[in-house]
Write a protein that binds this ligand. Structure first.
Ligand code: UD1
Length: 367
């Protein structure tokens, strides 16, 4: 008996797992294709990868490329070589990449050079800041893709402006929020607040990992000082990304943050407990992409420590505001005073993006 068409769903780093999981589960329930999970290995710690697979009910990936940390070229090239080998041995009928990490770009290039149909889920986002590695990854991946599944109208516009033919662009909504809805009951039942002995609405959540914020000593020092000041207004729970931990330690900022009575430094927190923390937070301070969207969905004030965002709908319709380090404390005070916009739910951010994506994939493969 011949197998139904194989679709590779590629995940590499922490934010990818929440995007791949709903589509993987959706396709598994359908009989017209065989989804296969490919993990490139960009994130490899239990706290950055294994715990997420488990929270999202994903199996051990059938294909694991094992390409971990390195420079951009090392990571990208490593994934290209390893993924090409996999495809030459056993080519899939279609490759789906998500998000904007280095492995997204590497797999996209490799797949297209082997003439495999390529789908980008979360296509069309642009920060217009080419100093961000993710922006380069987004632009190249979108240029190469045969089907571009977008989360919002601004993404459609960006792709049209870059000359992508209309028939390749399909707005499906925000896939990450399917993960939230899929796990809502477990998120609501998660005991993290009681285990940290904190009350709903009485704390803020902080995450930081962008190279532009954490890789230079002077910038990181300013940020650490601003967080300490903000934490005097509201205690902060701060799960620390490995890159950030390494740099806080290298730049002698770790001990004073750890000693601060208003700041709780944690290991990276898995998806379910993290969303439980965010859902009850008074506000969130972050430089993440995905958290800007999750806070808009949950109507939680989000202070984004970046000069730009590739997710402008979280500002035009949501609860997100860009803040500089100098503005952080005053913006925290503003949010605490209730002087913050309430968000609107963007269209198609409804937990049904995986089913729309699956339907588009099916049409693509039916040719
Ligand atoms: C990557 C993505 C970024 C995404 C982020 C989420 C790129 C260019 N960047 O950045 O878009 O928002 O993931 O976390 O693809 N490390 C560990 N354990 C791990 C993974 C990483 O200790 O499991 C350490 C590495 O040794 C390295 C640092 O974290 O020092 C950075 O990891 P890397 O995957 O290169 O980039 P991120 O900063 O995580």
């Amino acid at each position: 008996m011949s197998q139904s068409p194989v679709i590779h769903l590629v995940a590499a780093a922490r934010p990818n797992f929440m995007k791949v999981a709903p589509l993987y589960h959706q396709l598994r329930r359908q009989d017209w294709c065989t989804p296969i999970l490919v993990h490139t290995g960009q994130h490899y710690d239990e706290s950055m990868s294994g715990n997420f697979l488990r929270d999202l009910d994903l199996p051990e990936p059938e294909i694991h490329l094992g390409i971990g940390s390195g420079t951009h070229a090392e990571q990208t090239a490593g994934v290209m070589v390893a993924y090409e080998r996999v495809c030459l041995q056993s080519p899939p009928e279609c490759v789906v990449v998500v998000g904007d990490v280095n492995a997204t770009l590497a797999v996209a290039i490799t797949a297209k050079k082997l003439h495999l149909p390529l789908v980008h889920l979360e296509a069309g986002l642009r920060s217009w800041d080419r100093s961000m590695p993710e922006e380069i990854n987004r632009i190249v991946t979108d240029t190469l893709s045969d089907l571009l599944l977008t989360p919002s109208p601004d993404a459609d516009e960006n792709l049209r402006a870059e000359g992508i033919p209309e028939e390749k662009i399909v707005r499906v909504g925000n896939i990450m929020l399917d993960s939230y809805e899929m796990l809502r009951a477990r998120i609501e039942a998660d005991p993290i607040l009681s285990s940290l002995e904190i009350e709903p609405g009485q704390y803020g959540v902080t995450t930081l990992h962008r190279p532009s914020n954490v890789d230079q000593a002077a910038t990181l020092r300013l940020l650490a000082d601003a967080l300490k000041q903000a934490a005097q207004r509201i205690p902060l729970i701060f799960p620390v990304h490995p890159r950030t931990r390494k740099n806080l330690q290298a730049f002698d900022q770790w001990e004073s943050l750890e000693a601060d009575p208003n700041i709780r430094l944690l290991e990276p927190v898995s998806y379910i407990p993290f969303m439980a923390l965010v859902r009850h937070a008074r506000l969130v301070i972050t430089d993440s992409g995905g958290i800007q969207e999750e806070t808009t969905y949950l109507n939680i004030p989000c202070l984004t420590l970046r000069p730009n965002t590739e997710r402008p709908i979280t500002i035009s319709q949501g609860t997100n505001r860009l803040v500089s380090v100098e503005m952080l404390v005053s913006q925290v005070q503003k949010a605490l005073a209730g002087d913050w916009p309430t968000g609107l739910q963007p269209e198609l951010w409804d937990g049904k993006t995986a089913s729309r994506s699956a339907a588009s994939l099916r049409r693509l493969l039916a040719g």
